[in-house]
Design a protein around this ligand. Structure first.
Ligand SMILES: [Zn+2]
Length: 281
């Protein structure tokens, strides 16, 4: 156990090794000052529903468990070009399977930069080996997945809810890639290498907070899985709860604007932009 704890603390991430480490003292100072953030927006997302909204660069987003444990699927897009979005595989390759403070949400190539940084998390700080983690990254639940798993299609799945909510902001269905499954409790089994999901253990008021590194469109779905207690087709009504969203003005600009790095001159393959207009910043 202690050996694993040491691994978490001492071994730098791939991003740190490659000279892209985040400025941790910058985020630690901001986190220490969070009681002085000014609230810019506050609203509820009903159970089995989603909302999409803008979080400006320098603002923070809190996804709060209003009445107790509730899983949320949270998607992030560049507000100026929603073709750029959070990609779980890029996150996993450098940061891990789970989101925790000081880990950054990366977009895919050709942009390949942090969209947001996790600033705070009241559900966990740094679990030891054998513990469950929260805030798994992956793909949103979909009607296909739910029908395959439970035999019943569900129109209130996170994927469709997120697409419906984000379309008015210029997001296409094909722009929805991966999400952070906030408040999802899970365990990485070292024997099988599989991730096992568990019922969430949050309490009212628990939250995870993200700092926007650029202007973002954020979509949040209150997952029909509720607290993760199992079959969403049979789940008790009180196990699916609303999520509260709060957006804050931190008063702190990102240390450096993560403008797009054009990797193409050093790339030797047949790179093509993802749409006719090509990538934009
Ligand atoms: Zn879901």
């Amino acid at each position: 156990m202690d050996e694993f704890r040491g691994y978490e603390v001492k071994v730098p991430s791939w991003y740190e090794l490659s000279g892209h480490a985040l400025d941790r003292p910058f985020y630690e100072r901001m986190r220490a000052n969070s009681a002085r953030f000014a609230c810019a927006a506050k609203f509820l997302i009903p159970p089995r529903d989603a909302r999409a909204f803008i979080v400006k660069r320098g603002q923070t987003l809190r996804v709060i468990e209003e009445n107790g444990p509730q899983i949320g699927n949270v998607a992030f897009w560049n507000a100026d070009n929603p073709r750029e979005s959070f990609m779980a595989a890029r996150f996993m390759s450098g940061e891990g399977f789970f989101v925790a403070p000081y880990r950054q949400l990366w977009s895919d190539v050709p942009w390949y930069r942090p969209l947001a940084t996790c600033l705070d998390d009241t559900l966990q700080s740094m679990p030891a080996a054998g513990d469950y983690y929260y805030h798994l990254v992956g793909t949103p639940c979909s009607s296909e997945f739910l029908e395959m798993r439970f035999g019943v299609p569900r129109p209130d799945n996170c994927r469709e809810n997120l697409v419906r909510a984000a379309e008015p902001l210029g997001v296409r269905e094909s722009d929805l890639c991966d999400v952070v499954m906030v408040h999802q409790k899970s365990y990485l089994d070292p024997a099988s290498g599989k991730i096992l999901l568990a019922r969430s253990g949050g309490k009212p008021g628990d939250y995870i907070e993200f700092y926007a590194e650029m202007d973002l469109i954020v979509g949040v779905s209150a997952c029909p899985y509720g607290d993760g207690s199992g079959d969403p087709t049979a789940v008790r009504g009180d196990a699916v709860r609303p999520l509260r969203i709060e957006v804050y003005d931190s008063g702190v600009e990102p240390t450096k604007s993560p403008t797009w790095t054009d990797w193409r001159p050093r790339w030797t393959g047949r790179w093509r932009p993802p749409d006719e207009a090509g990538p934009s910043v």
